[in-house]
Design a protein around this ligand. Structure first.
Ligand SMILES: Cc1cc2nc3c(=O)[nH]c(=O)nc-3n(C[C@H](O)[C@H](O)[C@H](O)COP(=O)(O)OP(=O)(O)OC[C@H]3O[C@@H](n4cnc5c(N)ncnc54)[C@H](O)[C@@H]3O)c2cc1C
Length: 438
């Protein structure tokens, strides 16, 4: 039976990143993926500077840049009557976002893993695990075309996405922390002749609707709508019609951005998503990327976190010490770094309509470019949400909103009290590393 140093199941963001780190340290790594690349996947693909910096650390940024997506040095957020535009701080020398279609992005990652020395086997589905003395000791593989074989390794990394086979086989599929996502995701590609707006990643919110336009490779713009999850059924029944109607009737700012741009793809979509943490380390196994942890796409953190914690997992395993200790310490670090972003994302992802505090926030961002940059840096993860959404700022915006004529004061106070309670509970969850829930 064949033996290697590490088997990685899944070759996209988390899998390729772990493979690069291990192979670069001289380990023999086999990456198995049931897909054949280039292969699209159901995911939008905005990366903030923090995500691009992770690509750079892997040595993949040049390959990704060659795909031709425009740099997006500007970000815009708009609610009725208030538009704020700003710039990012540089992360690892990168001060722009980029939106790269997944088929090209993931192929670039696979090529980077191969260039680092990893063996990537495509069309290879992992169907079972090998066990020895209570430890995972390898995988059973079924190749497209019928060949089946076993591959032994002292560590198996499941980087096989939200429906992770490896998580199921090790008994970790049930999350220890989970939250339903409040919004569904429906997206499509438009041709884009607005050269003046191609450097801008933009978001519009109106009522409970949320839409974005992210210029991407191929001369296209990715348009993502995130309606309340309760509206997903309307999209499912008539995806194209509901997509176009939502833009035209409910998001006039986005409609204006897309004037003269023609939709060039069908509408892709997913609803009923859930954010979670799974136990991600055990004897002879670990779960990287979405296999172990997922956040609502509304803050576009998934690719960055899959790359980062895939790489860190590979680096931890490459030190050559006890692999179980290495994966346990890696999991602690992932949770420490991700818990606050998880709670922040969950709050943003709720389908709450634009409220008085949103108005004050957008006004403040418009008035203060430095504050706008600080908020964008939360998306890059170089500033923590709590460092930008500070108690004095929240108190100031609440006071301003209370004084504004027409504000539903009772509703606002209820909202503020609820948020304060939630922030307190989140602080406890973050401080404890959410250990009580394991
Ligand atoms: C609708 C939507 C929009 C999103 N938008 C963004 C965004 O704009 N920006 C962002 O940063 N993140 C976004 N995300 C999150 C992002 O898609 C994920 O976080 C990221 O793809 C995680 O990468 P991964 O490598 O962990 O898993 P995946 O990308 O899911 O890759 C898993 C791989 O494992 C393979 N696999 C699965 N099972 C097996 C098996 N048994 N054997 C062999 N191979 C197997 C699959 O073929 C696949 O190639 C979005 C997610 C969704 C759902």
């Amino acid at each position: 039976m064949a033996v290697t140093d590490a088997v990685i199941v899944g070759a996209r963001c988390a899998g390729s990143a772990a493979a690069v780190a291990l192979a670069a340290a001289g380990a023999e790594v086999v990456v198995l993926d049931s897909a054949r690349f280039p292969s699209p996947t159901l995911s939008t693909h905005l990366m903030w500077p923090g995500g691009l910096a992770e690509l750079a650390r892997l040595g993949a940024l040049e390959r990704v840049t060659a795909l031709g997506a425009p740099r997006l040095p500007l970000a815009a957020v708009e609610i009725p009557g208030v538009r704020a535009v700003g710039r990012y701080s540089a992360v690892g020398g990168v001060d722009y976002a980029m939106c790269v279609r997944r088929a090209g992005l993931d192929l670039a990652l696979v090529e980077t893993a191969r260039a680092a020395g990893a063996e990537v086997r495509e069309g290879a589905r992992v169907t079972g695990l090998l066990w020895s003395d209570g430890r995972v000791a390898g995988v059973e593989v079924a190749e497209r075309g019928g060949r089946a074989y076993e591959l032994r390794a002292p560590v198996v990394v499941g980087a096989d996405g939200r429906r992770s086979t490896v998580a199921g086989l090790v008994g970790a599929a049930e999350p220890y922390l989970r939250r339903p996502d409040g919004r569904a995701c429906f997206y499509a590609y438009f041709d884009d002749h607005r050269e003046d707006l191609r450097p801008v990643a933009a978001q519009w919110r109106q009522g409970a609707e949320l839409g974005t336009a992210f210029p991407c490779d191929g001369g296209l713009t990715l348009v993502l709508l995130m309606p309340p999850d309760a509206r997903a059924a309307d999209f499912r029944r008539r995806p194209d019609e509901e997509f176009d109607r939502t833009i035209g009737d409910l998001l006039p700012g986005l409609a204006a951005r897309l004037e003269g741009c023609v939709r060039r793809s069908k509408v892709f979509g997913v609803s009923g998503l859930e954010s979670y943490f799974r136990v991600s380390a055990g004897p002879g196994w670990a779960l990287a990327g979405d296999a172990g942890h997922f956040k609502d796409p509304v803050t576009a953190q998934g690719i960055r976190d899959a790359l980062r914690f895939g790489r860190l997992l590979g680096e931890a395993l490459a030190t050559g010490g006890d692999p179980d200790r290495a994966t346990a310490a890696w999991q602690e670090r992932r949770d420490r770094e991700c818990l606050e972003a998880f709670h922040w994302t969950e709050r943003i992802g709720r389908a709450d309509p634009v409220g008085p505090l949103d108005v004050e926030l957008h006004r403040a961002l418009r008035a203060d470019p430095a504050l706008m940059t600080r908020f964008l840096d939360v998306y890059s993860r170089v500033v923590r949400p709590g460092q930008a959404l500070t108690a004095p700022r929240l108190a100031g915006w609440t006071a301003r909103a209370l004084l504004r004529p027409g504000t539903d004061r009772a509703g606002l106070l209820r909202y503020v009290l609820r948020t304060a309670r939630e922030l307190r509970a989140e602080r406890v969850s973050i401080k404890s590393g959410h250990r009580t829930h394991r």
